[in-house]
Every structure is written in C-alpha cells, then in structure tokens.
Design a protein around this ligand. Structure first.
Ligand code: AMP
Ligand code: MG
Length: 520
C-alpha cells in the first residue's frame, strides 16, 4: 500500500512540545502529537469503494496493511499522527478547550491531483479527551460511515468515510444517560476530507489572545484551502470570512433541501470549508416538522431543530467573526457580510424550494405558494421525502383532486377528501396548477428536473437502526445494501422500492429511530 504523504497541518503550524498522552490544556500550539491506540482484534466491515479509488487504494483494501493502518494498529511510515486543539460554543455557551477528543489525524495525502486528510475517529484517547475514553461504538460508527457517503451522493458538501472497522474491544456506554451502562462493540471509522479545521480552531486561539497563531492558522487555511484569495492584509481575512459564510450558507441550504437535521450544531462541529462534519445524533425529517430534532439532549429547547438550522448557522458565523476580529480590527466589514447572509439565504432558499416544486419563475405568487406549502405539510403528518418525490407526477392537465391524489402516499394517515386539511390542500393545488400552466417545459421534462433535486432515498433513522441491529449480530449485509441504495438517491432503483416507504410504526418511538443521544 502506497500513500503519497503530503502533510501540511503538522508541518506548517506549531505543535504542542509535550509528547505525553495526558489530558491537559494546550497553549501556544494548534495540535499535539499522539499515537492511535492499538486495537485488540481489528476487523474490516465496510469500505466505501469510491473513496478508496479517490485515494488510489482500491487494490489494497483487503491487505493486512490497510487493516492495520486504518484501525490504528500501526502508524504508516514517515507520518506523525496528531490531535487538533479547538474550542467551541456548545448549545450557545462558550465551553473553552475541546479538541479532538477521539479523532486522530493520520496524515495528508495527494492522490489524483487532490489533497486529502485522513482521520481516525474512535482510535483512543488524546490530550483533548477530557473525561471521556476516546473510543467510538459500532452503532455510531455505522451511522457516521453510511451518512457521510449518503450525503455526498445527495450532493451535500460533506466529509467522506473510507472505512468502517471493528476494533475487537468493548466500550462501556450509558446510551440514554439513564444509569444503564452496557458494553458495546468498539469501532473505528477513517474519515476523509480536504481539511478537518473547524470554527473552533480559530475560536480557541482568539479566546486565549494568541493572535500570532490565530494569524498563522488563518494564513494556513487560506493558503491551502482558499487559494483563490489573492488580496493581502485585512482584506485577505475579510475575503476569507466572506468565503466561509458563502460555503456555510450553501451547506445549510442543502440540508434544508433534503431534510437533514445535524443535531449538534456547536461551533466545534462547523467545518471551515462548509462541509457537513461530525455525524452524531443527526436525523432525517420523516413527517415534515420544522421543530423536530433527533437529539434528546436538545429535546427541551429545540435549538438545533430543522427549522432553526439556517439561523444557527448565522449565529455560529457571528462567533467566527468574533474570533477573526483581531486580524481585521474593524467591525463594519464583518457586520456587512453577516447582514447579507439573511438576504442571501432568503433568496437561495426560495430558489431551492421553487426547484423542488418544478417552477422556474420566482415571484410573489411562488413565494406565497412556498409559505403555504410549509404550513400545509404540518396539517397532518406528511412525509417530506415522499411528498416531494411524488409531486413531480402532477400534470398540467390534472384537476385539483387528481393532483392531490398523486401525493397521497406521503400522508401517514389517509387524509379525508373533506375537512379542513383537504380544503387547505385543495387551495394549494389549485394555486400550484395555475402556476404550472405558466411553465414552458412539458410535464415529462419538468418531472425529471424535479427528480434531480428531490431524492427518492435518504438514510431514514430506522434504516440506519436496522443496519445497526443486524451488524450487532455480525450480519453486515444491511450496511452493504444501504450503501448501494444511497449511492444513487435520485434514481428510481425499483429493486430497492422497500426503502422508499414511510417510517414503519414500530420505529415511531424506538431509541435510535426517533431519538438519539450524544452518547457514541
Ligand atoms: P461532539 O459533541 O461529539 O462533537 O463532541 C464534543 C467534544 O467532545 C469534542 O471535543 C469531542 O472530541 C469530544 N468527545 C466526544 N466523545 C468523546 C469520547 N468518547 N472520548 C473523548 N472525547 C470525546
Ligand atoms: Mg464534534
């Protein structure tokens, strides 16, 4: 196995001089060197073949060396693994130093002209582990591995996942934080991304008034990942911030489009590249509900609920602006950028929603239609994915009743053709059909354009849970099958029709299907 090592982070930024793997506060440095924990009996469960190809590793995935390097058993020659130092706001409160508590960066590589950082998640403790063990359990590793790849194929900016392995070790977890500890299977995922730098990497340096390293880190990030920025001085950091704002906005628009709820949008979980990162208690909207969050820790406040994600992205960007302020020393340019976020978001959101509806013109009528739709989807429990996937079948010549019938599959309880909800839908479809008459495209053309933005297959919470339940019995076939289905989320794939269905009733209140804890 040959990796073309091209390390940058641990070459261009200052390291913690302390080489001991003891938990501590780390100052004047961006990371600490640390060696992954040796797993007792690593076993490969799944490789994302396209990621392996991207890294030129497709011929090596069954080798002993692949198993050893990507389980943390051996360190690849001439590499110096490390854990990053970062801070963050958790649930709105500054939490101080956090850092890679259970992520260890192995190396950066160049392959096929692209640069990739490789990072193990669950490979043991680091100086940033605080009170936890640095390990990950199988259930959360399956969820991270499958969802990273599913998001990529949905066209959502995300970190990737190369491999999923069992460590052979047991990990003690109190899954629902109710005092019931249990041993679970330990696992390791190898995440792949151009960079794993987060908002929190900047925040910790700013909080400590380490402006020298704050500048070092900003220069490093711009030099390596925002290469188009050509300005110098303050302008350079302003342009950098504008780029991060644009990328973060792009990311959250995609989340809203596909019904993804991250669950823990703390600033340490915000990638500086605008990638979806840290798949924990995330979930997918089934019944459309802006107030829904899968995260039990957030069940009271709903801070990170679906409908709040765009606003929280802005809140997090404000924290990043504060962290970058010492490099700019002017509030006006930062405020201007932050102010334009809301306007840009509103515009992009309407564009995205009108695409989902198959409407090419944007005007006040379309905006009203979108608002009314959001209300109607909440009248009775309505599956978001199925609604938008069935809607393309509506034809210009349909009557209101015919059009309404086409989306019936999306309702969790059959909706009567009379009564208030039906009346509201009748009104909506009548407005929708009139707008469709103004569209130039034929029904068939519009249908396929709509299919391209309205996925048929997403990783519903219960689907991931079925993969987990089977894997706990050493049956990895569901992981394999879901991975294949989710590679082509916009295709019809009739052979996988069973995964195009509303959440089954048994999953409504089952742990892992409707609610998830941060315990992972
Ligand atoms: P999260 O909410 O998963 O993003 O984690 C917040 C912080 O806790 C990060 O600094 C993680 O690295 C750390 N963390 C989470 N789980 C563990 C664990 N099992 N062991 C050590 N650190 C952890
Ligand atoms: Mg995290």
């Amino acid at each position: 196995m040959e990796l073309n090592i091209k390390d940058t982070f641990n070459k261009e930024l200052p390291a913690d001089p302390n080489k001991n793997n003891t938990r501590r506060k780390v100052f004047d440095a961006c990371y600490s060197f640390v060696t992954p924990r040796v797993p007792s009996n690593p076993k490969l469960i799944h490789v994302a073949d396209e990621v392996a190809e991207m890294l030129d590793l497709e011929r090596d995935t069954h080798s002993e060396e692949f198993l050893n390097v990507f389980s943390g058993k051996t360190v690849y020659p001439k590499t110096k693994p490390f854990a990053m130092c970062y801070g963050g706001h958790q649930f709105g409160h500054w939490a101080g130093q956090l850092g890679d508590g259970r992520a260890i960066n192995l190396a950066e590589v160049k392959s096929n002209g692209q640069y990739w950082a490789l990072q193990l998640k669950g490979a043991g403790e680091t100086p940033y582990s605080r009170t936890a063990d640095g390990l990950a359990v199988l259930r959360s590793s399956i969820r991270e591995h499958l969802c990273s790849e599913a998001m990529h194929y949905l066209g959502v900016p995300t970190t990737r996942s190369l491999s999923l392995m069992l460590t052979g070790d047991e990990v003690l977890r109190d899954m629902m934080y109710d005092g019931n500890q249990e041993y679970e299977k330990g696992a390791v995922v190898c995440r792949v991304s151009p960079s794993f730098v987060r908002f929190g990497n900047f925040q910790i340096l700013a909080a400590r008034k380490d402006h020298k390293n704050l500048k070092n880190l900003a220069d490093y990030t711009i030099r390596n990942f925002y290469k188009d920025i050509q300005t110098e001085g303050k302008e350079k950091y302003i342009e950098f911030f504008q780029n991060v704002v644009n990328n973060s906005l792009e990311m959250v628009i995609h989340w809203q489009r596909v019904g993804f709820v991250h669950g823990v949008m703390n600033t340490d979980n915000m990638s500086i590249l605008g990638l979806t990162i840290d798949y924990g208690p995330y979930g997918w909207l089934e019944g459309y509900d802006p107030n829904w969050t899968p995260n039990t820790t957030d069940s009271r406040n709903h801070r990170y609920a679906y409908g709040n994600q765009p606003g929280i992205t802005l809140w997090n960007l404000v924290q990043l602006a504060n962290a970058l302020f010492p490099l700019i020393e002017e509030t006006k340019p930062l405020e201007d950028i932050l102010e334009s976020y809301q306007q840009n978001f509103d515009q992009k959101y309407v564009e995205m929603m009108s695409q989902k509806l198959g409407l090419t013109q944007i005007n006040a009528d379309v905006e009203k239609l979108i608002e009314d739709l959001e209300e109607n989807l909440q009248l009775t429990e309505t599956d978001m994915t199925i609604f938008f996937r069935e809607l393309p079948r509506v034809q210009k010549k349909n009557t209101v009743q015919e059009a309404f019938q086409k989306v019936h599959k999306a309702f969790y309880k059959p909706i009567e053709l009379a009564g208030a909800p039906a009346a509201a839908w009748g009104k909506w479809f009548s407005a929708y059909l009139s707008l469709l008459q103004l569209e130039e495209d034929k029904d068939e053309t519009r249908k396929f354009k709509m299919y391209d933005v309205n996925p048929k297959f997403v990783l519903r919470n219960y689907m991931a849970q079925l993969a987990i339940d089977a894997a706990n019995k050493r049956d990895y076939s569901v992981i394999e099958e879901l991975y294949e289905v989710l590679k082509h989320p916009y295709n019809e794939q009739p052979e996988y029709e069973k995964w195009y269905a509303k959440r089954p009733e048994w999953a409504r209140h089952k742990v892992g299907c409707s609610m998830l804890s941060c315990s992972s």
